[in-house]
Design a protein around this ligand. Structure first.
Ligand SMILES: *Cc1c(COP(=O)(O)O)cnc(C)c1O
Length: 227
């Protein structure tokens, strides 16, 4: 897997630059979060070696193991992008710079209790597509969660996140991205975490400040975590 990582990073970079140019955005306004879930530590190191500093993990114990295995990569910003249960909050509170999937005030409170004076940037996850089975809060409930989470010490609500259904065509998710942008604007939030391998260029065109890209960088994921 390590072999293709530098090429994958370059491919994403080229495509993000092109998407920014199409809509007149500055490249510096978009953070590419390299989603390393299930890949081995050497793959993370390979991305680091070509300049990647933002990495995303989806499982709390995987984040814990990753940071323990790579202590020398001390300028990495770890993004926790998965659903979090309150009883696993310590793993995220300890080492994440940002949490992209806040969906309940109880999770914000559990994180807040364990931050020890640190500040954690949080995105509220929104179920923009209205799928009953999907994670995230309904658009109508976002404002209340943002208000409640902001009262928690250490929790800095910076934006909204969405994970729309896997689209047959990237453009299929454009309306969802647009909806997320409008919701964020209504709430005065400036950051948008949206877009994956399936649709990150469309997401950048629609205002994403954070795209979460795994497969284009690291290749297909192993079915299970290594080890
Ligand atoms: C796995 C994952 C991604 C990355 O998906 P790819 O298809 O590998 O780019 C992005 N966001 C979340 C929430 C994920 O779980």
């Amino acid at each position: 897997m390590v072999d293709g990582v530098a090429a994958g990073v370059a491919d994403v970079e080229r495509r993000v630059v092109a998407a920014c140019e199409r809509v007149g955005r500055a490249r510096g306004d978009v953070t590419v979060v390299a989603v390393s879930k299930f890949h081995d530590d050497d793959a993370v190191r390979a991305a680091y070696d070509v300049g990647v500093r933002d990495f995303g993990e989806s499982y709390p114990q995987a984040l814990r193991d990753r940071t323990a295995a790579l202590p020398d990569l001390d300028d990495v910003r770890w993004h926790f992008i998965g659903t979090l249960q309150t009883n696993k909050a310590q793993y995220v509170a300890r080492s994440a710079a940002a949490f992209h999937a806040l969906d309940r005030v109880e999770v914000a409170e559990a994180l807040g209790r364990r931050l020890g004076g640190r500040v954690l940037e949080c995105f509220v996850e929104v179920d923009v597509a209205g799928e009953a089975t999907k994670a995230g809060v309904a658009p109508a409930d976002v404002a209340a969660l943002v208000t409640a989470a902001r009262r928690v010490d250490g929790i800095d609500v910076v934006g909204l996140m969405c994970m729309p259904p896997l689209a047959a065509h990237p453009d299929d998710n454009r309306p969802h991205f647009r909806r997320l942008r409008e919701l964020a604007a209504e709430l005065g939030l400036t950051k948008l975490s949206m877009g994956t391998t399936a649709d990150f260029e469309v997401a950048v065109e629609e205002g994403a400040t954070h795209v979460r890209v795994g497969r284009t960088i690291f290749g297909d994921r192993p079915a299970r975590p290594p080890g």
